[in-house]
Design a protein around this ligand. Structure first.
Ligand SMILES: [Zn+2]
Length: 303
């Protein structure tokens, strides 16, 4: 099957993965999991048909107009521990380049953050405790939530409460129910040691704490982006040249964010808008991939 058979126009497709491995209560409902065998089938399918390019190559291709042929680049956000355990060995064996976007606060401990603890509570039947705790503390007249799936609870909390309020409520409920239960979920700096020495993998900035930039104070936004940039360059010994907007949707970052990225000479990557036909240095478009089978993957690339 060639590209014309797949009805894909000429351009650069940048795929966005997160956690490659088994679904777990820490992430279920967040739309981040790709089972390993599914990931391998994606690599088989894509690498047989298309050149698998690095972000640098993607940028070069996009600078030369018109773009001819279909090119595919792979990116992984949040630096889940599974990247080092499952995806990276497979990429290295096949010599397929990729980019890994790291939140420096996650790498500091490797432990689940408040979003993961919230997902864990929801996935183990404790979502109502969090909602009640938030209501009781900050907004007693607020109607409760009946749909307690993790994605709904996360959205509800984000829409109605401040980040510090959610963090504190999740932290309190989690500690009450599960004590200091934790797992290694993200790559720590030592986990990143092997990867930083391998030029096959580009390491990129994904802020310090995965802050929703569009609603952040300008000073917080600057601190998140510049702080992560300094830490990453110090820890990896590399020049960091790419930045992935947290959440990555069109409403998740602003013109101010884009200007910061341009001012820092970084290339920004979003998580919407499909494939690239020309270079927009503050907005390379990506397609989010989770557990699609091959026909679904093709469909996703086409739309
Ligand atoms: Zn992310």
């Amino acid at each position: 099957m060639s590209a014309p058979d797949l009805e894909l126009p000429d351009g650069v497709w940048i795929l966005l993965y997160h956690h490659v491995g088994e679904e777990s209560d820490w992430v279920k409902g967040q739309g981040v999991t790709t089972p390993f065998d599914r990931f391998v089938s994606h690599l088989d399918f894509l690498s047989e048909r298309f050149p698998m390019v690095s972000l640098d190559q993607a940028v070069n291709i996009l600078q030369q107009q018109p773009v001819r042929g279909v090119h595919v680049a792979l990116t992984f956000d949040d630096a889940f521990r599974s990247f080092g355990r499952t995806a990276y060995p497979e990429l290295r064996r096949r010599r397929i380049p990729a980019a890994l976007f790291v939140c420096t606060d996650f790498a500091a401990t490797g432990e689940p953050g408040w979003r993961n603890r919230l997902a864990y509570l929801c996935n183990t039947g404790r979502g109502a405790d969090v909602c009640e705790s938030l209501r009781a503390a900050f907004s007693p007249d607020f109607p409760g939530l009946t749909d307690l799936r993790p994605e709904t609870v996360l959205k509800w909390t984000k829409n109605h409460f401040r980040k510090t309020e959610i963090e504190s409520a999740v932290g309190n409920v989690f500690e009450r129910v599960y004590g200091n239960l934790t797992v290694p979920l993200y790559m720590s700096w030592s986990d990143l040691d092997e990867i930083r020495q391998d030029s096959l993998i580009e390491i990129g900035n994904h802020t310090q704490s995965h802050l929703m930039l569009v609603s952040a104070d300008p000073e917080d936004e600057q601190a998140e982006i510049h702080g992560a940039q300094r830490k990453l360059e110090q820890k990896t010994g590399r020049t960091i040249r790419y930045f992935a907007y947290p959440y990555g949707g069109p409403n998740h970052y602003s013109d101010r964010t884009r200007q910061t990225i341009r001012d820092m000479n970084l290339i920004g990557l979003s998580a919407h808008g499909g494939f690239n036909r020309a270079l927009d240095p503050s907005d390379l478009k990506r397609v989010t991939i989770t557990q699609q089978d091959i026909p679904e993957l093709i469909q996703k690339l086409r739309t």
